[in-house]
Design a protein around this ligand. Structure first.
Ligand SMILES: [Zn+2]
Length: 443
């Protein structure tokens, strides 16, 4: 059963409310830099999205993209051309518009902005399957509020040629908001920005680690942007990495224009991590439930790790990598996470040890390493160890809530563990919030 519009929501005592309405304030302790702490606390005290600010104000409204119109209660896949060119190559990508029958926000979901990152396209395909989209299913347009726009493959040429980049060799996710008269990537970004992004209330951009690495499914977000912070928390992943995102990235520029946007990261390029696909799909449903676009209550993880700093574990030697600790492992300082051997010096091998106790959120998958290659991405853990340890399997790997069968439903039970970088941590590899935090990472 669909609950009422948030503005006229049930105020009966004991009635369950969506998480964004009853979320507890972020617990910001003294470990993070003062300025960042203030920013996050200020944004957290701001009001959540109000119905007045939503794009879909009235109940029955056609949703237009270009000249194509989708009626209320209709699901339509329309072609959208990212290159306006009379002759030569065009760039038509499919957008599925799910136009609800009640007022609500416009939510845009993007996959494969980097053409070889396939978790997003797979999750957005799954989202449109008969298991999820249809009468009586999780996404039932006949009772839905607001509008959903699903774009499984933004970088279609990249997808078809199995590359991250646009045909001109540029990274689309560094060129927002684009430039109409600029280079090819700037034109694509501009078209996408003007016709899709700028008219969205919320954006979820699905990514995977760059080639040669894999990521633990997690959310990257600017926690000081209140709409984005709300999105990130309602998604339901354990790990939230706080940061602005790279210059020109969809997330960073959307936030600059005050549009709520988060990046999901899970799995690696050129492969499909089924856990990451599932977590992405269920995370999107969690968000839609939190926004009261679809019925039901979002599930929450047992805890959230709020982190703004991370450490790279690097190989000091070259050779072939043998990973001993998979992504998601909780490891101790000094623990061996991988070994490197060299066929040209077959009798030698070296161990790579972790500099800190922490959670491995990224790991190399390409066996060939040279001196300096980052092989592991570590979130140092100083707090909440007992909580985290209660969610480890027998191999000390974190059991993620999105793939478990026992999601919790009450936001109050979620423990926020603040791991934000502290000024007293001087270990090399720490990035402060003033610098690009995940500069070597995909975003
Ligand atoms: Zn990416």
């Amino acid at each position: 059963m669909l609950t009422e519009h948030p503005e006229v929501e049930d105020s009966k005592k004991g009635a369950r409310r969506p998480s964004k309405r009853r979320r507890s304030p972020l617990k910001i302790v003294n470990q993070i830099p003062k300025r960042r702490r203030k920013e996050i606390e200020e944004s957290d005290s701001e009001k959540s999205s109000s119905p007045e600010s939503w794009s879909r104000r009235s109940g029955l409204e056609n949703h237009k993209i270009g000249r194509r119109s989708t009626k209320p209660g209709e699901v339509k896949t329309i072609p959208f051309n990212l290159i306006d060119s009379k002759i030569g190559e065009s760039w038509p990508i499919p957008i599925t518009v799910v136009n609800g029958v009640r007022p609500g926000p416009i939510v845009t979901l993007l996959g494969a902005v980097h053409g070889n990152e396939l978790v997003g396209p797979q999750a957005l395909t799954f989202l449109q399957s008969h298991q999820i989209l249809g009468s009586g299913k999780s996404i039932d347009v006949g009772v839905m509020s607001g509008t959903l726009r699903i774009m499984p493959i933004v970088n279609l040429p990249g997808y078809r040629t199995r590359t991250r980049y646009a045909p001109d060799g540029r990274d689309i996710n560094r060129f927002f908001p684009g430039k109409a008269g600029g280079n090819t990537t700037q034109r694509i970004s501009s078209k996408l920005w003007n016709e899709i992004i700028s008219t969205s209330d919320f954006i979820i951009d699905l990514h995977s680690a760059a080639s040669g690495r894999t990521n633990l499914p997690h959310i990257r977000v600017n926690l000081a942007h209140s709409q984005s912070s709300m999105l990130a928390r309602s998604f339901g992943t354990e790990v939230l990495l706080d940061g602005l995102g790279p210059k020109g990235s969809l997330r960073r520029v959307s936030n600059e224009f005050d549009i709520g946007c988060v990046t999901f990261e899970g799995g690696g390029a050129n492969s499909i991590d089924s856990d990451a696909v599932q977590i992405a799909t269920y995370g999107i449903l969690n968000v839609l439930r939190s926004l009261r676009m679809i019925p039901g209550y979002p599930s929450s993880p047992r805890f959230r790790l709020l982190a703004s700093g991370s450490v790279w574990i690097r190989s000091d030697h070259g050779g072939l990598l043998d990973v001993l600790a998979p992504v998601g492992s909780v490891i101790e300082a000094g623990e061996v996470v991988a070994t490197v051997t060299d066929p040209e010096h077959a009798r030698d091998s070296v161990e790579i040890k972790s500099p800190n106790r922490g959670l491995l959120i990224g790991m190399a998958t390409h066996p060939f390493v040279t001196s300096g290659t980052p092989i592991g991405h570590l979130l140092p853990l100083k707090k909440g160890l007992n909580t985290i340890k209660s969610r480890l399997d027998e191999d000390d790997v974190l059991m993620l809530s999105g793939i478990m069968d026992d999601p919790i439903w009450r936001e109050e039970e979620t423990e926020d563990i603040d791991l934000q970088s502290s000024e007293d941590i001087t270990s090399e590899g720490w990035a402060s919030v003033d610098e690009p935090v995940f500069e070597e990472e995909d975003d």
